[in-house]
Design a protein around this ligand. Structure first.
Ligand SMILES: [Ca+2]
Length: 309
């Protein structure tokens, strides 16, 4: 015998007549039946894989309409969009890693940056709004993303920051620890086997702070820029090598942003003794920025994001 949802009232009257019309209310019967069917646990298991709760923060329907079909996995946190293709990551730990896995980890990393106390609420909706108005995040192969980045920027005014999964490392188990560093003396330095996804998510986040408050300047006059300049002046830090490799295109603001990220990674890895005096100032600046995330969590558990596609 197959019962549909609409048949439940009938089931209740059948059961009530079976028990000689006992005064138990329909609600109690319904609860009993649902409990017996184990529906609550089925529902929970169903939604545990993907963040599907509705976010109270509004999206950006105009931007959403412009997202190309090549992005098969799209999520949003408020008006900030995370878009990924089905392309498998190539520099990774296992051949069966999927594009969707990269997207879901990006969603968790961004969520942990935006909800530092993990209470399921965005800490600074205004910061998120700035992030969503100015940026979007794309995941996929370099050759696929390149034309789309420019096209979306032109059409929507959103600068696209990307995770290039065919050329950059994706190590989903990376948790920001387990490395040693003697000194931070080059823009080229990264911990070995670091996942590039962390860095790209972090860059979007600091770029949002950069537009959110004047203190977060990457220019030569800001605290962060002056710290990097002092290190370079003292011969303690080098950006020339990277500038040579990028044929002179390694601009100052990008360099400062990467320098800030390196300092952040070193504190995350518990290696702050390796930092120079100017780098310590950068660390202190981040720690003193009220609400700034000094941690990221690849296992962030709350449904902060909404699945769009
Ligand atoms: Ca929060």
């Amino acid at each position: 015998m197959k019962f549909m949802l609409k048949d439940w009232p009938d089931m209740i009257s059948i059961l009530q007549s079976h028990f000689n019309g006992s005064p138990v209310s329909r609600t109690v019967w319904l609860m009993l039946i649902l409990g017996l069917m184990g529906l609550p646990s089925i529902c929970l298991a169903w939604q545990s894989d993907r963040p599907t709760h509705r976010s109270p923060l509004p999206g950006d329907p105009d931007f959403e309409q412009q997202i190309p079909q090549v992005f098969t996995h799209v999520y949003r946190i408020g008006n900030f969009y995370i878009m990924g293709t089905d392309q498998r990551p190539r520099e990774t730990d296992r051949p069966d890693r999927t594009g969707e896995e990269v997207v879901l980890e990006a969603v968790r990393l961004f969520s942990s940056l935006l909800d530092t106390d993990a209470d399921g609420q965005v800490d600074h909706p205004e910061l998120l709004n700035t992030m969503g108005e100015n940026f979007a995040f794309a995941i996929g192969a370099d050759r696929t993303l390149r034309p789309i980045e420019e096209q979306l920027d032109r059409k929507t005014g959103h600068y696209i920051i990307s995770m290039k999964t065919d050329i950059w490392p994706f190590f989903p188990d990376w948790d920001g620890t387990g490395f040693r560093v003697k000194r931070l003396d080059s823009s080229m330095w990264r911990p070995r086997r670091m996942s590039a996804l962390w860095e790209e998510c972090f860059h979007v986040y600091t770029e949002a702070w950069n537009r959110h408050t004047d203190d977060w300047s990457f220019g030569k006059d800001g605290l962060l820029g002056r710290a990097m300049a002092a290190d370079i002046e003292a011969g303690a830090y080098d950006i020339r090598e990277q500038n040579r490799i990028e044929r002179g295109d390694y601009d100052w603001n990008t360099a400062v942003n990467e320098y800030v990220h390196q300092v952040w990674v070193i504190q995350k890895g518990g290696q702050t003794a390796a930092l120079t005096e100017p780098q310590q100032q950068v660390l202190k600046f981040m720690q003193q920025t009220k609400g700034f995330a000094m941690d990221m969590n690849k296992d962030y558990p709350k449904p902060l994001a909404v699945r769009v596609r």
